[in-house]
Design a protein. Structure first.
Length: 102
C-alpha cells in the first residue's frame, strides 16, 4: 500500500513535476495518452505552479496502483511526484460536462 493512500480512499491523484526540456509539451501529451489507456482513468490536467500535471484515477485495490505504473514508465522524465488519496464527495455533473466540452 502506498504511503498516504488508505484502503478507504476511492480515488488517487498523481502530481507530476517533469524535468525541464524543450519537449515538455510532448512529454505531457505522452503521459496523457498513457493514462488514458487505464480503464479507471478519470482525468488529466496540466497545472501552473510547482507541478506540471495531475492524473486522477479510481483506485482499484485488486490491482497495483496505476499511478505507480505511470511514474515507472516516465521515470526518466519525472523530477518529482506525489501520490495522494482523495475523496470525491460531490460532483456537479452539469459543470463537469462543460469542462469536458472545452
Amino acid at each position: 500500500m502506498l504511503s498516504g493512500v488508505s484502503a478507504t480512499d476511492e480515488f488517487v491523484a498523481l502530481f507530476l513535476k517533469l524535468k525541464i526540456a524543450r519537449s515538455i509539451g510532448t512529454q505531457v501529451e505522452a503521459v496523457k495518452e498513457f493514462a488514458r489507456t487505464f480503464p479507471n482513468y478519470l482525468f488529466v490536467a496540466t497545472l501552473d505552479g510547482d507541478w506540471n500535471m495531475i492524473v486522477v484515477m479510481r483506485l482499484d485495490v485488486a490491482e497495483k496502483n496505476p499511478t505507480s505504473k505511470i511514474v515507472e514508465k516516465f521515470s526518466d522524465q519525472v523530477s518529482d511526484y506525489r501520490i495522494s488519496g482523495i475523496q470525491i464527495k460531490d460532483v456537479n455533473l452539469l459543470n463537469m460536462s462543460l469542462v469536458l466540452l472545452t
